[in-house]
Design a binder for this molecule. Structure first.
Ligand SMILES: Cc1cc2nc3c(=O)[nH]c(=O)nc-3n(C[C@H](O)[C@H](O)[C@H](O)COP(=O)(O)O)c2cc1C
Length: 178
Protein backbone atom coordinates (compact mmCIF):
# COMPACT_ATOMS: atom_id res chain seq x y z
CA UNK A 1 0.00 0.00 0.00
CA UNK A 2 2.73 2.45 1.05
CA UNK A 3 4.85 1.37 -1.92
CA UNK A 4 1.87 1.93 -4.22
CA UNK A 5 1.37 5.46 -2.90
CA UNK A 6 5.02 6.39 -3.36
CA UNK A 7 4.95 4.91 -6.88
CA UNK A 8 1.89 7.00 -7.73
CA UNK A 9 3.65 10.13 -6.44
CA UNK A 10 6.77 9.33 -8.45
CA UNK A 11 4.78 8.60 -11.62
CA UNK A 12 2.76 11.83 -11.46
CA UNK A 13 4.18 14.34 -13.89
CA UNK A 14 2.63 17.44 -15.44
CA UNK A 15 1.08 16.32 -18.72
CA UNK A 16 0.21 19.03 -21.22
CA UNK A 17 -0.40 17.00 -24.40
CA UNK A 18 -3.62 15.04 -24.70
CA UNK A 19 -5.36 12.58 -27.01
CA UNK A 20 -8.65 13.60 -28.63
CA UNK A 21 -10.61 11.27 -26.41
CA UNK A 22 -13.41 11.93 -23.95
CA UNK A 23 -13.02 11.08 -20.29
CA UNK A 24 -16.06 9.15 -18.98
CA UNK A 25 -18.13 11.11 -16.44
CA UNK A 26 -17.60 8.31 -13.93
CA UNK A 27 -13.83 8.96 -14.01
CA UNK A 28 -14.30 12.74 -13.74
CA UNK A 29 -16.59 12.10 -10.78
CA UNK A 30 -13.90 10.00 -9.04
CA UNK A 31 -11.39 12.84 -9.48
CA UNK A 32 -13.89 15.32 -8.01
CA UNK A 33 -14.57 12.98 -5.10
CA UNK A 34 -10.85 13.01 -4.29
CA UNK A 35 -10.99 16.82 -4.19
CA UNK A 36 -14.01 16.71 -1.90
CA UNK A 37 -12.18 14.33 0.45
CA UNK A 38 -9.29 16.78 0.97
CA UNK A 39 -9.23 18.32 4.44
CA UNK A 40 -9.89 22.03 4.91
CA UNK A 41 -9.01 24.58 7.56
CA UNK A 42 -11.54 24.52 10.44
CA UNK A 43 -13.48 22.05 8.29
CA UNK A 44 -15.18 25.02 6.61
CA UNK A 45 -15.01 23.39 3.17
CA UNK A 46 -15.16 26.53 1.03
CA UNK A 47 -13.87 24.78 -2.11
CA UNK A 48 -16.13 24.19 -5.11
CA UNK A 49 -15.45 22.88 -8.60
CA UNK A 50 -16.66 23.81 -12.07
CA UNK A 51 -16.34 21.03 -14.64
CA UNK A 52 -15.78 22.39 -18.15
CA UNK A 53 -15.90 20.14 -21.22
CA UNK A 54 -17.17 22.60 -23.83
CA UNK A 55 -14.44 23.10 -26.47
CA UNK A 56 -15.08 26.85 -26.88
CA UNK A 57 -14.89 27.42 -23.15
CA UNK A 58 -11.70 25.35 -22.90
CA UNK A 59 -10.16 27.47 -25.63
CA UNK A 60 -11.19 30.66 -23.84
CA UNK A 61 -9.70 29.33 -20.59
CA UNK A 62 -6.45 28.59 -22.44
CA UNK A 63 -6.17 32.34 -23.13
CA UNK A 64 -7.04 33.49 -19.62
CA UNK A 65 -3.43 34.35 -18.84
CA UNK A 66 -0.14 35.08 -20.52
CA UNK A 67 1.53 31.69 -21.10
CA UNK A 68 1.19 28.45 -19.18
CA UNK A 69 -2.45 27.71 -20.06
CA UNK A 70 -2.26 26.78 -23.77
CA UNK A 71 -2.65 23.07 -22.96
CA UNK A 72 -6.28 23.69 -21.88
CA UNK A 73 -7.26 24.17 -25.52
CA UNK A 74 -6.75 20.45 -26.22
CA UNK A 75 -7.80 19.13 -22.83
CA UNK A 76 -10.77 16.77 -22.63
CA UNK A 77 -11.94 18.46 -19.48
CA UNK A 78 -10.97 21.16 -17.01
CA UNK A 79 -11.83 21.33 -13.34
CA UNK A 80 -11.84 24.93 -12.16
CA UNK A 81 -11.09 25.08 -8.45
CA UNK A 82 -12.80 28.00 -6.71
CA UNK A 83 -13.46 28.98 -3.10
CA UNK A 84 -16.03 31.08 -1.28
CA UNK A 85 -13.86 33.78 0.33
CA UNK A 86 -16.75 34.93 2.54
CA UNK A 87 -16.52 31.66 4.44
CA UNK A 88 -12.81 31.00 4.79
CA UNK A 89 -9.46 32.74 5.13
CA UNK A 90 -7.25 29.72 4.40
CA UNK A 91 -8.90 29.04 1.05
CA UNK A 92 -5.57 29.06 -0.85
CA UNK A 93 -4.43 26.12 1.23
CA UNK A 94 -7.86 24.44 1.03
CA UNK A 95 -7.90 24.72 -2.78
CA UNK A 96 -4.29 23.57 -3.02
CA UNK A 97 -4.97 20.39 -1.07
CA UNK A 98 -8.06 19.65 -3.17
CA UNK A 99 -5.96 20.16 -6.30
CA UNK A 100 -3.24 17.84 -5.01
CA UNK A 101 -5.72 15.11 -4.11
CA UNK A 102 -7.36 15.40 -7.54
CA UNK A 103 -3.98 15.26 -9.28
CA UNK A 104 -3.12 12.02 -7.52
CA UNK A 105 -6.52 10.48 -8.30
CA UNK A 106 -6.15 11.48 -11.97
CA UNK A 107 -2.74 9.84 -11.99
CA UNK A 108 -4.23 6.72 -10.39
CA UNK A 109 -6.75 6.61 -13.28
CA UNK A 110 -3.99 7.16 -15.88
CA UNK A 111 -5.43 10.52 -16.82
CA UNK A 112 -2.84 13.16 -17.69
CA UNK A 113 -3.17 16.37 -15.72
CA UNK A 114 -1.48 19.63 -14.89
CA UNK A 115 -2.13 22.37 -12.38
CA UNK A 116 -2.83 25.60 -14.25
CA UNK A 117 -2.38 28.61 -12.00
CA UNK A 118 -5.00 31.37 -12.18
CA UNK A 119 -4.72 33.27 -8.89
CA UNK A 120 -2.20 36.15 -9.19
CA UNK A 121 -1.82 35.64 -12.94
CA UNK A 122 -2.57 38.18 -15.69
CA UNK A 123 -2.96 38.45 -19.47
CA UNK A 124 -0.33 40.21 -21.57
CA UNK A 125 -2.48 43.37 -21.24
CA UNK A 126 -2.45 43.13 -17.46
CA UNK A 127 -6.04 41.90 -17.02
CA UNK A 128 -6.55 39.59 -14.06
CA UNK A 129 -6.85 35.93 -15.12
CA UNK A 130 -9.26 35.41 -12.23
CA UNK A 131 -11.55 38.11 -13.62
CA UNK A 132 -11.52 36.51 -17.05
CA UNK A 133 -12.40 33.08 -15.65
CA UNK A 134 -15.08 34.60 -13.39
CA UNK A 135 -16.73 36.35 -16.36
CA UNK A 136 -16.51 33.31 -18.63
CA UNK A 137 -18.06 30.92 -16.11
CA UNK A 138 -20.44 33.30 -14.30
CA UNK A 139 -18.61 33.03 -10.99
CA UNK A 140 -19.64 35.58 -8.32
CA UNK A 141 -16.88 38.04 -7.37
CA UNK A 142 -16.69 36.79 -3.77
CA UNK A 143 -15.37 33.48 -5.10
CA UNK A 144 -11.62 33.23 -5.66
CA UNK A 145 -10.35 31.23 -8.63
CA UNK A 146 -7.26 29.39 -7.46
CA UNK A 147 -6.34 27.12 -10.34
CA UNK A 148 -7.59 24.88 -13.11
CA UNK A 149 -6.85 21.18 -13.32
CA UNK A 150 -6.40 20.32 -16.98
CA UNK A 151 -7.27 16.69 -17.81
CA UNK A 152 -6.85 14.39 -20.81
CA UNK A 153 -5.58 10.98 -21.79
CA UNK A 154 -1.82 11.17 -22.26
CA UNK A 155 -0.25 12.01 -25.59
CA UNK A 156 3.23 12.41 -24.10
CA UNK A 157 5.38 10.33 -21.80
CA UNK A 158 7.58 11.59 -19.03
CA UNK A 159 10.00 9.74 -16.82
CA UNK A 160 8.91 9.43 -13.20
CA UNK A 161 10.19 11.83 -10.57
CA UNK A 162 12.50 10.39 -7.94
CA UNK A 163 13.42 11.72 -4.52
CA UNK A 164 17.09 11.37 -5.52
CA UNK A 165 16.48 13.76 -8.40
CA UNK A 166 14.43 16.33 -6.48
CA UNK A 167 15.92 16.43 -3.00
CA UNK A 168 18.50 19.20 -2.69
CA UNK A 169 21.26 19.50 -0.20
CA UNK A 170 19.46 21.40 2.58
CA UNK A 171 15.86 20.55 1.67
CA UNK A 172 15.41 18.81 5.01
CA UNK A 173 16.56 20.47 8.22
CA UNK A 174 16.86 18.65 11.50
CA UNK A 175 15.73 20.28 14.76
CA UNK A 176 16.58 23.85 13.59
CA UNK A 177 17.35 25.71 10.36
CA UNK A 178 21.12 26.05 11.01
C1 LIG B 1 1.25 26.04 -7.73
C2 LIG B 1 1.55 25.50 -9.09
C3 LIG B 1 1.29 26.26 -10.20
C4 LIG B 1 1.53 25.76 -11.48
N1 LIG B 1 1.15 26.49 -12.56
C5 LIG B 1 1.29 25.98 -13.79
C6 LIG B 1 0.77 26.65 -14.92
O1 LIG B 1 0.14 27.69 -14.82
N2 LIG B 1 0.98 26.11 -16.15
C7 LIG B 1 1.65 24.92 -16.31
O2 LIG B 1 1.79 24.48 -17.46
N3 LIG B 1 2.13 24.23 -15.24
C8 LIG B 1 1.97 24.73 -14.00
N4 LIG B 1 2.39 24.01 -12.91
C9 LIG B 1 3.09 22.74 -13.09
C10 LIG B 1 4.58 22.88 -12.76
O3 LIG B 1 5.23 23.58 -13.80
C11 LIG B 1 5.16 21.46 -12.57
O4 LIG B 1 4.51 20.84 -11.50
C12 LIG B 1 6.66 21.50 -12.32
O5 LIG B 1 7.35 21.98 -13.45
C13 LIG B 1 7.22 20.11 -11.95
O6 LIG B 1 6.95 19.18 -12.98
P1 LIG B 1 6.13 17.82 -12.66
O7 LIG B 1 4.75 18.23 -12.23
O8 LIG B 1 6.13 17.09 -13.98
O9 LIG B 1 6.86 17.10 -11.60
C14 LIG B 1 2.14 24.49 -11.64
C15 LIG B 1 2.42 23.72 -10.50
C16 LIG B 1 2.11 24.21 -9.26
C17 LIG B 1 2.35 23.33 -8.06
Amino acid sequence: MEDELIKLMEQRRSIRKYQHKEIPDTEIRRILEAGILAPSSKNIRPVEFIVVKDAEKLEALSKAKMGGAGHLKNAACAIVCIADTRKADAWVEDCSLAMGYMMLMAEHLNIGNVWTQIRLRKTALGVSAEEIVRRLLNIPNYYAVEAILSLGYLAEEKSPNTVEKLEKNGTIHSESFM
